[in-house]
Write a protein that binds this ligand. Structure first.
Ligand SMILES: Cc1ncc(C[n+]2csc(CCOP(=O)(O)OP(=O)(O)O)c2C)c(N)n1
Ligand SMILES: [Mg+2]
Length: 794
């Protein structure tokens, strides 16, 4: 087949370019730091054949791929050959603004579908992307586009990551389709050679979860040899050969193979002749000819899939295939030496100075190769990065606020109202929860909009007329995705749903709920979702020690700091439901923004670029404030803070609070009013945005923009220098401690540093020192004056 010989040449080019790109970064590019630059020549080589088959033959433009992170150079090489990556980016591989070490949706410019890097997560992303695609199509959107396959290329040791199995179980529950995982079964991890017989465990696991498993073990050369007289003996020897020995022999080469095979099976008649018919070089080629390095076998296996069931291909490969350290157990981070590279260059027929030339060293004519590349189906469809319009969000979301209620109930009420409405906004919302749908107040919304499944499933309790508060009916039109408890899966699902506009060209507004402390369980997946710029709203409730009787392991302390530190995630913690309504409307719009990187001069936040949103809520019923929502108040809530009680000109004390401790802060300020002058009470709705605006304005001033002022600087503008500040929240005190640095005020930050108690809210606030009395005691120390008479009275 003509194409196969061109593909074989392209495979060599991919291997060459990937190897050379890494070599260039390490040996030829400037290296000011003296750090090893790195890159993975062996891991890339391991996938060169498979990726050649996939990208130049199998993929269609609608297919989406998560590439094994350390095979990034292959991906960039392939895009370079297709004319979609520049030489400059390759020359700057791993350098500032160059091609990225691991494929990145946001930093690379050559059409990465899914970022990878933290192993395991890209794999799960493909599974949830397939579910997201099913969700979109079941709702009747994007049907004019062909269905894509979601494909992960993964290392065999990558399967150690538990999140992959969590995802597989969820995929089974949800009727996963159109998902392929290709395991680069080189039997090596980073440190060493992996356990024997893993493929069998994998095979059983995948089959258990409803996947087809295709084993790509022997290449065509091996299959032909097995058909020769004595071939069966050779096959048995290969099957029984321990991984370590196989790797060692691959590394040692033809003579070592011959010696070993002769020692072990050389006296068995016909197989001796089979071995002797081959030179050392031919013998090495035969033994290296595993399924994952045989273009014909790979293509045939990919082409043979004529259904949409999920498929796992276990492709036997050699780590470092075609390179001098092939098979060596230490090769993961190994780099070829200058001398080895020189030999490799010659063997590839590449002239010095022509290392980057696309068609150098290829036997076919450039015109033939170019004509082939022009026909590659994957590259034939133009721009694969899709877009979707923005769904309009009103400033005021309808809600009736109860006089005494919690932010969590407020959230439930907001969604319930949205659920009643027949608007594009309501239609595009998709909620997901890891088995805490009801306990995070999503129940009323789900009652209205139903659960999603590709196949309808009735609620038996309903058909049996057993009274139940919740209507648990599944249908293709449902808008809630009920997940199992694994929080990792929630974040992977949000990551996939939150990229629907780019992957499916259809906007979704994903909202995920979970208990605040369990963010930690899926934190790397959350980080990953943000890293690839997926857009979603995370509603974390309940939170802190305010969930009082639930106790220790359910209490969250560090999450407000995660809210500040997590890039791509704007964190809010409202105290009142009218604040929540404003923030929620903002969030629904913010997650759809895709503007340029310029910071607004008003708050110095990059609001136009948008991002995801984290709402930290509470189940504590709090007396609500009856007030009119003015445009100014609305803006201040979104920017992060407003004066609930403005400080007077002789202000001695500021109390700044966030979230559920609002009643304690209000009470403490009331009790101190006679003993400290002009106290200010600052309501902080987003420590994250206040902090980000402040640091951005500082940087702007340092660049010479002398008038740059952040929201918090404007709020503090009139404060006397000497006033003290007490900050308080149900979370780590460092969250607000930085407020003192804005204008050099003394701060006593109150918060929670330890956990493990059950009790009532009053008992726990006292125990951890965030009640009104603790605020007063702190105020007395930091804002000296006459004794505060109500100290001890609260
Ligand atoms: C979550 C995470 N942990 C650790 C690493 C570091 N790491 C990168 S590759 C690798 C081993 C991968 O082995 P395998 O998946 O078999 O890939 P191969 O290089 O053999 O193809 C490790 C531990 C990582 N990237 N992500
Ligand atoms: Mg491996």
């Amino acid at each position: 087949m003509q194409d196969l010989s061109i593909l074989a040449e392209l495979e060599r080019k991919v291997l060459w370019l990937a190897t050379w790109t890494i070599h260039h970064a390490n040996h030829l590019h400037d290296n000011a730091d003296g750090l090893k630059v790195g890159g993975h020549q062996a891991s890339s080589a391991s996938l060169a054949t498979i990726m050649t088959a996939l990208y130049f033959h199998t993929l269609r433009p609608q297919d989406r791929v998560a590439v094994k992170p350390h095979a990034s150079p292959n991906f960039h090489a392939i895009q370079y050959l297709l004319g979609r990556q520049t030489r400059e980016k390759l020359e700057n591989f791993r350098s500032y603004k160059g091609a990225q070490s691991y494929p990145s949706r946001t930093k690379d410019t050559d059409d990465v579908d899914f970022s990878t890097g933290s192993v395991g997560l890209g794999v799960a992303q493909t599974l949830f992307s397939s579910l997201a695609q099913d969700y979109v199509r079941a709702h009747g959107w994007g049907l004019e586009r062909p269905e894509g396959r979601m494909i992960a290329l993964l290392g065999d040791a990558e399967l150690d990551e538990g999140n992959i199995f969590e995802a597989m179980l969820e995929g089974w529950k949800q009727g996963l389709r159109n998902c392929w995982w290709v395991v680069d079964y080189n039997r090596q991890s980073l440190d060493a050679v992996v356990r024997e017989g893993l493929w069998e465990r994998y095979q059983n696991l995948f089959r258990n979860f409803g996947w087809d498993v295709v084993l790509l073990k022997y290449g065509t050369l091996q299959q032909a040899a097995f058909a020769e007289p004595g071939g069966e003996v050779l096959r048995r020897w290969i099957d029984n050969c321990p991984n370590q020995l196989y790797s060692a022999l691959v590394f040692q080469g033809g003579a070592a193979w011959r010696k070993r095979l002769n020692d072990e099976i050389g006296d068995q008649g016909q197989v001796t002749a089979l071995l002797e018919r081959r030179s050392d070089e031919e013998l090495a080629r035969l033994m290296n000819n595993l399924g994952g390095h045989d273009l014909g076998s790979i293509i045939a296996a990919f082409d043979a899939v004529d259904h949409d069931r999920p498929v796992c291909f276990i492709a036997y490969t050699i780590k470092g295939y075609g390179l001098p350290f092939a098979g060596h157990k230490d090769n993961h981070a190994g780099l070829m030496t200058l001398a080895q590279m020189e030999m490799f260059r010659k063997s590839m027929n590449i002239r010095p100075g022509e290392e980057w030339s696309r068609f150098e060293g290829i036997e076919h004519s450039a015109a033939e190769i170019q004509a082939f590349l022009d026909r590659v189906p994957f590259a034939s469809g133009g721009n694969r990065s899709l877009q979707a319009g923005r769904i309009a969000v009103p400033d005021d979301l309808p809600i009736t606020i109860q006089p005494q209620t919690s932010t969590q109930l407020g959230f439930g009420a907001l969604l319930n109202e949205l659920g009643r409405s027949d608007t594009p906004l309501a239609a595009r919302i998709v909620t997901a929860s890891p088995d805490v749908t009801v306990s995070t107040s999503l129940g009323p919304w789900v009652n209205r909009r139903g659960l999603f499944a590709r196949e309808a499933l009735a609620d038996t309790f309903k058909s049996e007329r057993i009274p139940s508060t919740f209507n648990w009916e599944f249908s293709p039109k449902g808008q809630h995705i009920e997940l199992g408890i694994a929080e990792m899966n929630l974040f992977c699902a949000l990551s996939a749903l939150g990229l629907s506009h780019a992957i499916n060209g259809e906007r979704l507004l994903p909202i995920g709920t979970l208990y605040d402390p369990f963010i930690a369980r899926g934190l790397d997946a959350l980080n990953y979702a943000c890293y690839q710029d997926a857009r979603f709203i995370l509603v974390a409730t309940p939170s802190g020690i305010t969930l009082a009787p639930e106790g220790g392991a359910h209490q969250s302390i560090a999450e407000p700091l995660i809210g500040i530190a997590q890039d791509g995630l704007a964190a809010f913690e409202p105290a009142f439901v009218d604040e929540l309504a404003v923030i929620f409307a903002f969030a629904l719009d913010y997650i759809q923004r895709e503007g340029g990187g310029e910071a607004s001069e008003r708050n110095w936040l990059r609001d136009e670029t948008g991002g995801s949103v984290y709402l930290r809520l509470s189940t504590r019923p709090v007396e609500q404030i009856k007030r009119e929502m003015t445009p100014m108040l609305r803006q201040a809530i979104v920017d992060g803070a407003y004066w609930l009680r403005p400080p007077g000109p002789n202000c001695q004390l500021v109390v700044a609070y966030t979230g559920a401790v609002a009643p304690e802060a209000i009470q403490a300020v009331g009790l101190m009013a006679e003993d400290r002058r002009d106290i200010g009470l600052l309501a902080i709705t987003s420590a994250d945005r206040l902090n980000a605006g402040w640091t951005a304005a500082c940087r702007a001033r340092e660049r010479g923009l002398v008038h740059a002022r952040s929201h918090i600087e404007r709020l503090f503008a009139g404060l006397p220098r000497h006033c003290g500040m007490v900050t308080v929240l149900d979370g780590h005190p460092a969250t607000l401690a930085w407020l003192g640095a804005v204008n050099g005020h003394r701060v006593r930050p109150l918060g929670v540093e330890h956990f493990g108690q059950t009790g009532s809210i009053g008992e726990l606030y006292r125990h951890y020192g965030i009640d009104a009395n603790a605020i007063i005691a702190a105020a007395q120390m930091i804002a000296p004056g006459r004794p505060i008479r109500y100290l001890g009275a609260a």
